[in-house]
Write a protein that binds this ligand. Structure first.
Ligand code: ZN
Length: 381
């Protein structure tokens, strides 16, 4: 038996090493996926026009961009701090009648939907915030383009719903104050079905391919663009992710992701052109240093996965939601549990086999039979 145990431990060690190498490989890819564009900076210093190609130099023209409370960030789930005071985000006025007309614009950096001031965050923040606009960040047909990352993982795309504190008169007034802005962020991923809420935006993109073009779109339920579960989120203090990078944003990044069909994602990443008439792609900023900031979580990241919670939608929106849970207490953990499961099962089989063939002593083979639950293995996909 001890020889078997030795072999099993060696095998386990080997598999652990392999799993680790595999993960290191992905991290390397992710770290470099945004840096394929040349860093050349054709426009001289002092120009008021910025682009994602010179994002490494934003700090020269916009001093805040080089400061130490910048966004986006990587959210290391193991380092987040559970805060029971973080109540579910509550939205009001998000369901707009089709008789409303909203301005949808290609501003050269993103597609931006202007929102009426009737939309507001009424729960989850200490103060009240009014909506101003929403916009998206995305990658290219060959790579993801979310701004925030979770445990180093970049998602296909990211939505930002920008709000300002109602104690200020306007967005532009609020944006310079530390408590001025609240942005709700959610990750977009490819799923099996078309998302009808995103379709309300995507179907108009062909009409605003060039920078500066805009179109009026009928109102719809804006909350449908966000995940159904508004209880599970991360919270931290950061900045606008584009110049002037003001450090005035209280960020909420939802744990649950939103699903778009493959075709919808392709439409998003291929429809628009930037001010150079090139494809508007990879319009995301690389993650910034935390510099001692703490990231709070509204839930205990180490213990649960959100599938244990009901996925009701806080009464904010009806209809079918196209979202799914994405990251769990760590893909690595899931892999480890899977490997451990396999190893233990193998050892058990060997053990049984050996004792059967020897056909000698009495044993207690039932002892280690029921300790496994397969709950974590489905997360490895
Ligand atoms: Zn944004």
């Amino acid at each position: 038996m001890s020889r078997v145990a030795l072999r099993v431990s060696l095998l386990l060690l080997l598999l652990l090493l392999l799993a680790d190498l595999g993960r290191a490989g992905t991290e390397f890819d992710q770290e470099h996926d945004g840096e394929d564009s040349p860093h050349s900076r054709e426009k001289g210093p002092g120009h008021s026009h910025w682009s994602y190609e010179d994002r490494d130099y934003w700090g020269q023209d916009y001093l805040d961009c080089a400061d130490n409370m910048q966004s986006p960030i990587n959210i290391d789930m193991a380092k987040t701090i559970f805060s029971p005071q973080l109540r579910p985000i509550q939205l009001s006025g998000y369901s707009l009648p089709a008789s409303d007309r909203l301005r949808l614009r290609n501003n050269g950096h993103t597609v931006l939907l202007e929102l009426p001031e009737s939309l507001a965050i009424t729960g989850g923040y200490a103060q009240q915030y009014r909506a101003a606009q929403l916009h998206l960040h995305w990658g290219s047909p060959s790579g993801p383009g979310s701004e925030h990352t979770i445990n180093g993982r970049r998602f296909a795309a990211e939505i930002h719903v920008v709000h300002y504190n109602t104690k200020y008169d306007s967005f532009s007034e609020a944006m310079v104050y530390p408590d001025g802005l609240a942005v709700l962020g959610a990750f977009l991923e490819v799923g099996p079905r078309e998302n009808p809420y995103y379709q309300e935006i995507l179907k108009h993109l062909s009409k605003i391919q060039r920078e500066g073009e805009e179109v009026l779109v009928p109102g719809f339920n804006i909350a449908g663009l966000l995940p159904a579960n508004l209880k599970l989120y991360f919270h931290y203090n950061g900045s606008l992710t584009t110049p002037p990078c003001f450090q005035t944003v209280k960020w909420t990044v939802f744990n649950q992701t939103v699903l778009l069909s493959h075709d919808q994602m392709l439409t998003l990443v291929t429809s628009l052109r930037n001010d150079d008439s090139k494809p508007l792609q990879n319009n995301y900023r690389l993650v910034q240093g935390l510099h001692g900031r703490r990231v709070l979580a509204s839930f205990q990241t180490t213990l649960l996965s959100e599938k244990h919670l009901p996925s009701d939608s806080d009464g904010s929106a009806g209809g079918e939601r196209h979202s799914s849970s994405s990251f769990h207490a760590g893909d690595v953990l899931a892999v480890l549990f899977g490997v451990l499961f396999a190893i233990t099962a193998l050892a058990f089989l060997l053990y049984i086999y050996k004792h059967r063939s020897q056909n000698a002593r009495l044993d207690s083979p039932t002892k280690s039979k029921v300790i496994y639950t397969a709950a974590t293995t489905e997360n490895t996909a």
